[in-house]
Every structure is written in C-alpha cells, then in structure tokens.
Design a protein around this ligand. Structure first.
Ligand SMILES: *Cc1c(COP(=O)(O)O)cnc(C)c1O
Length: 384
C-alpha cells in the first residue's frame, strides 16, 4: 500500500465490537479476566492499551519496522533507547543533537558509567575514528537543528553493521513521509510525535520503531518496566494527526521551498540554510536520501539587533519553540532552543546570534512571505 493509505488505515482496523471507524479511546487502567488464568490478551494498561497499540502498529507500518512503542514524550522514547545499554557501553552521537538529548546525556546518563562521544556525523570518518571496541550504538539526527547538516544514513548503517553497533536515527525533522531510515539500513527510529507526526501542536509524545526481534523484545520490556507510556487520549490525538501526515507534509514542503526561495533572494538575508537549495553543501545527499527537503529553514540576518526587530514585527509567524505544527513557528536558537548550549559550543557547531529558524506551516505561502517581507522591511527602517 502507499504511504497515505497506510497512514489512514494501518493498525487502525475498524473496531470489532462496534464498527467504530475511528479507533476508540480505551480510557481504562485494567481489564476483567475471562476466568482465572485466562485474559482477553489485555491485563493492565501500562503494559497494553488498545488505543496505544493502534498507534504503535501505525508507526511501525509507516517507518517500515517490526514493532512500534509509544511514549509520554520524545525524551521518554530516547531515554528508553539509551536504557538498552549496559554500563561500560559507548555511544557515538551527532554533535548537535536535539538539546534535550544533550541534557539527558550530560545531566543524567553521565552518572551511569556510559561513554558518549559527540562528533560531526556528516563526516563518516569522524564516526569511524570515534568508535571503540565498546561502541554499541551510533545515534544520528539528520538533518540537525538548527544548522541543517545531513548525515548519510546508508553509509553510517554500513559502518555500524561492520562494527556490530546499533544505528539509531532521530527522524523527527523529516517524518517517515520524507525519510525512511530503516529502509536505508537503520536499526531503530525514534520520533518526537509532538512535531510533524501529531502535527497540531496539541500533544507531547514520542515513538520508537525497531526492526530486530531482540530490540523489539527489549524495548517492550523497558516500556512496561519504566512505564513512560503515552496516554490513551494522546494516542488517539496522534493517530488522528497521522491520517493527514502525507497531505500536511506535501504542503509544508511546497511552502518551505517558496519561503526558502524568497529568503534566498532577499538583500537583507545574509545566508539561507535549506537542504532543498542548490547552495546547501549537502544538496545532493538530500536529494538521494529523502523524498523531500522538509520544512525547516535557518537563515542569518545582520546581527542580534536586526533579528530582534525582525521577530518582534511578525504577525503571522508565531515566535515560539517547537516545530512540525500546522502553524508557522519562528525562533531564535541562540536565546531559545539552544540557550542551554554553552556559547563556545554554539560557536563550534555554527549557531550564531544572527540566526533565525523557521518551521514552515501549512498556511497560504503568500501570507507567510508577506509577513516575512514586512519583517525584513522593519529591520531596514529602524537600522538607519
Ligand atoms: C522535540 C524533539 C525531541 C524531544 O521530544 P519531546 O516530545 O519534546 O520530548 C527529540 N528530538 C528532536 C529532533 C526534537 O525536535
């Protein structure tokens, strides 16, 4: 079946008891046994809930994996993946992974005798050089936030296979509609469903999809044991979002290309980072690796004062963290999403105070461009 047919139907079979077309919200904590020693297959809702199971089947189908697991947040999903490690294990990660992943490692997991090395995973040699006999996992985010640097998933997958390391890809920025890491050789895919998957900025959630039986079994055990499961209501909301994932991503993409072209041609914009532009250093890889270029664009103005005047004058784009919702969100990474990254580290990764990140929504592109245009005009008039 095609992607959008799966998005509408996979894992969401019509309810056998009632014929309900929308998967019901099973708001229950426990289930009655048929008789002593015999359950319906459902015993306690931390372990299994039919609404959550539908979402988990849906995610597994869309990410081409064997099983999916839904968590209370993207961070809970990532924490479950790191819980698969044993003390002494080593992990190589993309140097500008999501800030929350960085905080989880540096503030929590560093106390557990695990080793973490951050490298520029767009350079496969850096991954190879960082790997040791203890390296059990490589964790990649592509494209990265906010500098939109890409990692060649197929090349890293080959390296991981040769070294018996598990390849995990955080696919939040692209969604399974635009990028299919398991098809490219990854073992595990993780999402913050908070972003494009749910798509409406009204739920926090996460999902892990695995393809190998031993990972599936271990993740199921960790999910049940640590218990950071997604609620039935949020599972239902995310399922509702998934049905339109394909049409939303098409629109996000079309808008993003128009916005990127507009910014690229504007005299007050110093630089535009968007994998869909010919000028992006990894444009060819972006073409090869994905079915599109996503809806995240980062661009630079002339200094912090210009950025402030620009952001404060926008009326359609909303000044907020997060991404992937139907509404266009715009942010200043240095003081918002990446404020907790030390200035020196920001500089090393290439995050400047002049950078603005835009997560393009599904509004009319003309209105977004008019808003950005008036913001850029405001920069000029006050600068004089
Ligand atoms: C938002 C995000 C996360 C964390 O997800 P939450 O749902 O906020 O916990 C992880 N990775 C990426 C790339 C994200 O954008």
């Amino acid at each position: 079946m095609g992607f959008s047919t799966d998005a509408v139907h996979a894992g969401q079979e019509v309810d056998a008891a009632t014929g309900a077309v929308s998967v019901p919200i099973y708001q229950t904590s426990t289930y009655k046994l048929i008789e002593l020693g015999k359950t319906t297959g459902y015993d306690y809702a931390r372990t299994i809930n039919p609404t959550r199971s539908a979402l988990e089947r849906s995610m597994a189908a869309l990410e081409k994996g064997k099983a999916g697991f839904a968590f209370a947040s993207g961070m809970a999903a990532i924490n479950a993946i790191f819980s698969m490690l044993s003390s002494g294990d080593h992990v190589v990660l993309s140097q500008n992974v999501y800030g929350g992943t960085f905080r989880l490692i540096n503030g929590v997991l560093k106390n557990f005798s695990l080793g973490f090395t951050f490298v520029d995973t767009s350079d496969i040699r850096q991954i190879e050089e960082a790997m040791t006999p203890a390296t059990k996992m490589v964790f990649v985010e592509t494209p990265t936030n906010p500098v939109l640097s890409l990692t060649d998933i197929q090349a890293v997958a080959a390296l991981c296979r040769a070294r018996s390391a598990v390849l995990v890809v955080d696919n939040t920025f692209m969604s399974p509609y635009l990028q299919s890491p398991i098809t490219l050789g990854a073992d595990i895919v993780v999402h913050s469903t908070t972003k494009f998957i749910n798509g409406h900025s009204d739920s926090i959630g996460g999902a892990v999809v695995a393809v190998r039986d031993e990972h599936v079994d271990r993740l199921r055990f960790i999910q049940k044991s640590a218990g950071a499961v997604l609620s039935p209501f949020d599972s239902w909301l995310v399922l509702r979002g998934i049905k339109t994932l394909g049409v939303r991503m098409d629109r996000h993409e079309t808008n993003a290309r128009m916005v990127a072209d507009f910014l690229d041609g504007h005299s007050r914009v110093k630089r535009v980072l968007y994998p869909g532009l010919d000028s992006h250093p990894q444009h060819e890889l972006a073409r090869r690796q994905g079915k599109g270029f996503g809806a995240m664009i980062t661009f630079e103005l002339d200094g912090y004062a210009a950025v402030k005047r620009f952001l404060d004058s926008l009326t359609v784009c909303t000044l907020a963290e997060s991404l992937g919702g139907v509404e266009t969100l715009i942010s200043h990474p240095a003081t918002m999403t990446h404020a907790s990254v030390p200035a020196e580290e920001r500089k090393r990764i290439g995050i400047t105070d002049s950078m603005v990140r835009i997560a393009v929504g599904i509004e009319d592109a003309e209105d977004l461009i008019a808003d950005l245009d008036s913001g850029l005009t405001a920069v000029g008039s006050s600068a004089a």
